[in-house]
Design a protein around this ligand. Structure first.
Ligand SMILES: Cc1ncc(COP(=O)(O)O)c(C=O)c1O
Length: 481
């Protein structure tokens, strides 16, 4: 039996292991180099009949697990987007695991629901969201923590779908659910995250990927035209997902134009600000969120850029009834006496069970404070501009899109092939890790500030590595230096 004495002793060792890991993470490679299937060779093929020793389990973390980890918190990891990690977040997760409640209804653990409501209000106030989204300001809506931005988009799309089916049926009594569903159309830009297209597939609705402009931003006139065309065909436009901070290049859709079209056409506007949303806590970046007043739902991931460990995706709905009525089934075993007075988050999400994730927000917001978090965002943006300046200083390279947040899109001037070769060479070299993207027909390299402890020295180091390897690639490709 593992008892509390074991837990106290092993827990202290684990805390030391974690602190040592994060203190020294830059000594580990940013990208794991194992081959597929590496792990099963290192552990037995079935579970032990008798307990293993703790020392052996802890020892196996280094032997079995660490070789297969890409160390996202190594400051030389520059792939994807920022990902959050912090001691307050980890401490809150320990407590959440210990409490181990499944907070699907208020009565299942009132603190779990009530802290979430207050934390979502705190966050909403930090972002200066319209009061409609803020419970403590008498708003008709409110916030809920989802696991991921993908779930947030899907939940919003499903709520919009139900709302439109109900409305269409009330206007046209001859149509049944399936007639209406077959006519629904959703819209997003050709730069949206793949999870938006996937939400359309899961919900069985058409999803049009509209062409963004030359800055990769979706514009109102393009949306308007698409909606008009679909209406002329007898289809029913019902949902638009706008992105603030697209995945390939951190571009921003034109929210004010799109919002005005959604209002005119009575279409649900969802905003996916998965990465960039955290930056809106800084007054100088808040203007990117102007137009949010048109949105029926808004989402960003504190687990990306706000130091709250995965998973914590913040979703606000403007009108609570739109979501609670959409997915409401009410078996006896989940009913409770207070259900008419309180929020039961089981109605606001796809699964029934939910972890006590608001603890992470509470710990992070209290132990860091808003001012520090604003500085944290600013530091990442400043580091991105430092990298941008280095790229611009070398005429063989070009910056592809405007650097606004902590992402720099760049490439060697020349063919896609040479840039593909450069990316492959960088990742095979392994000192830093980046990923590419396609912007229409152009292959680009994305350099993101990811880890919390990235510094100017890491930016200089990354640039030196890139220069060294670019020279090798250019030389091999027979270019003149
Ligand atoms: C704009 C955008 N939306 C959605 C996602 C998906 O996020 P999640 O993993 O939380 O579903 C990402 C991931 O980077 C993203 O950049």
């Amino acid at each position: 039996m593992v008892d509390s004495n074991d837990f106290r002793k092993w827990g202290k060792q684990m805390v030391d292991y974690v602190a040592d890991y994060l203190d020294n993470v830059e000594k580990r490679p940013p990208l794991s180099k194992v081959e597929p299937g590496y792990l099963e060779k290192l552990i037995p093929s079935s579970a032990p009949d008798k307990p293993d020793r703790w020392e052996d389990v802890l020892g196996d973390v280094e032997r079995v697990i660490m070789p297969g980890i890409s160390h996202w918190h190594n400051p030389n990891f520059h792939a994807y987007f920022a990902t959050a990690n912090s001691y307050p977040g980890i401490l809150a997760d320990i407590l959440s695991d210990a409490i181990g409640c499944i907070g699907f209804t208020w009565i299942a653990s009132p603190a779990c629901t009530e802290l979430e409501i207050v934390m979502m209000d705190w966050l909403a106030k930090m972002l200066r969201l319209p009061t409609d989204f803020i419970v403590s300001e008498g708003g008709s809506g409110g916030g809920v923590i989802q696991g991921t931005a993908s779930e947030a988009t899907l939940v919003s799309l499903l709520a919009a779908k139900t709302k439109h089916i109900i409305r269409c049926k009330s206007e046209n009594t001859e149509m049944d659910n399936y007639d209406i569903m077959s006519k629904l159309v959703a819209y997003t830009s050709d730069q949206s995250h793949s999870s938006v297209e996937r939400a359309g597939l899961i919900a069985c609705v058409r999803m049009r990927l509209l062409k963004s402009d030359d800055k990769y931003s979706l514009r109102g006139d393009v949306l308007k035209e698409a909606i008009q065309k679909d209406k002329a065909k007898g289809l029913i436009p019902f949902f638009v997902c706008a992105t603030l901070g697209t995945t390939p290049s951190c571009a921003f859709d034109n929210l004010k134009e799109i919002g005005a079209v959604c209002e005119e056409e009575d279409v649900w506007l969802h905003i996916d600000a998965a990465y960039a949303g955290s930056a809106f806590i800084c007054p100088e970046f808040r203007h990117y969120l102007d137009g949010v007043e048109f949105a029926k739902s808004f989402n960003f991931n504190p687990h990306k850029w706000l130091r709250v460990n995965f998973d914590c995706s913040a979703l606000w709905i403007k009108d609570r009834a739109d979501i609670t009525d959409a997915f409401n089934v009410d078996p006896l075993y989940l009913k409770h006496e207070k259900q008419t007075e309180v929020t039961d988050f089981r109605h606001w999400q796809i699964p029934l069970g939910r972890r006590f994730r608001s603890l992470k927000l509470w710990f992070v917001l209290r132990l860091f404070g808003v001012k520090y978090l604003q500085e944290y965002i600013r530091t990442h943006v400043k580091l991105a501009h430092e990298f941008e300046a280095l790229v611009k200083s070398d005429p063989r390279f070009e910056i592809v899109t405007e650097v606004i947040m902590g992402l720099v899109c760049f490439r060697l001037k020349g063919t896609n092939e040479i840039n593909e070769k450069l990316l492959k060479t960088i990742n095979e070299d392994g000192r830093i890790h980046i990923v590419p993207a396609n912007l229409r027909d152009t292959y680009i390299l994305r350099f993101a500030i990811v880890a919390a402890n990235t510094s100017s020295n890491d930016i200089t180091f990354a640039w030196e590595v890139i220069l060294e390897l670019a020279e090798k690639v250019l030389h091999e490709c027979n270019h003149f230096l």
